[in-house]
Ligand binder design. Structure first.
Ligand code: PEP
Ligand code: MN
Length: 266
């Protein structure tokens, strides 16, 4: 994945939305798929606001085994229904090699979460598919470790990889994670893969997401992933960092000028 073997930037196409070219791609949606109404309503709202892809977790990596674990296959079906209606390609996480086949049927972009960044058997299996994959940086992983994990996927033959900075764990407690903006230009200097940012998990607090999104654009990100929920107070996961559809729409409007300044467009 190093740019010494491929100096030109790779463009990853996900159902017609491209990462790594002139286009700035925005993935938006809830942390978890919860109900039919929730995912459909959110899908319509993020599409209206200009998002290019819909996210939603059906398999959730939760700290506590007693927390909501995701709707699994039922969640995937709801995502497919949302794609059918809106045309938005789907981004969803796969945690277990056992579920790859199931998730492949639904996902246009497979998410490998921070906690699984070094799940090498999972990386190798996904490397044997030809499905685009978004690899999130582990919360305690160096940039080199992230690049090496991408190498696990690429070395099996799958070159459709997007890297995602999502914040790292530090001593700071006012924010959920420390959003490592520096990782964006530094990773871009080492790899030909597209690099996107997830300021929602990065900062973990709704009202700071727009500032971190602007920072990511200015740092040279190829796209963003933003959590949006129609009722964040009652969300099953990550409500505190999830934006209301109206807030997301406002942020998208404001981001346009920054994206343009970087020579890109939505
Ligand atoms: C998520 O995208 O909802 C998620 C669980 O992210 P991460 O793996 O970065 O914590
Ligand atoms: Mn989340």
């Amino acid at each position: 994945v190093g740019n010494e073997i491929k100096p030109e930037k790779s463009v990853v196409d996900v159902g017609g939305v491209t990462f790594g070219g002139d286009r700035f791609a925005v993935i938006a949606g809830p942390c978890s798929v919860e109900t039919r109404e929730q995912i459909l309503e959110t899908a319509r709202a993020v599409k209206r606001a200009g998002a290019g892809l819909l996210r939603g977790g059906a398999f959730k990596p939760r700290t506590s085994p007693y927390s909501f674990q995701g709707l699994a296959e039922e969640g995937l079906k709801l995502l497919m229904e949302a794609r059918e209606e809106t045309g938005l390609p789907i981004v969803t996480e796969v945690m277990n090699p056992r579920d790859i086949e199931l998730v492949l049927n639904c996902a246009d972009l497979l998410q490998i979460g921070a906690r699984n960044m070094q799940n090498f058997p999972l990386l190798k299996e996904i490397g044997q598919t030809r499905k685009p994959v978004m690899l999130k940086r582990g919360m305690m992983a160096t940039m080199e470790e992230l690049l090496m994990s991408a190498e696990y996927i690429a070395s099996e033959g799958n070159r459709e990889i997007i890297l995602c900075e999502r914040g790292i764990r530090t001593f700071e407690k006012y924010t959920r994670n420390t959003f490592d903006v520096s990782a964006i230009p530094v990773l871009q200097s080492f790899t030909h893969l597209p690099v996107i940012a997830d300021p929602s998990h990065g900062v973990g607090i709704r009202r700071f997401v727009p500032a971190m999104a602007r920072a990511a654009v200015a740092a040279g990100a190829d796209g963003l992933m933003i959590e949006v929920h129609t009722d964040p107070e009652n969300a099953y996961s990550d409500g505190a960092q999830s934006m209301l559809p109206d807030e997301f729409e406002t942020m998208m409007g404001e981001l346009g000028a920054y994206v343009k300044l970087e020579g890109k467009h939505f």
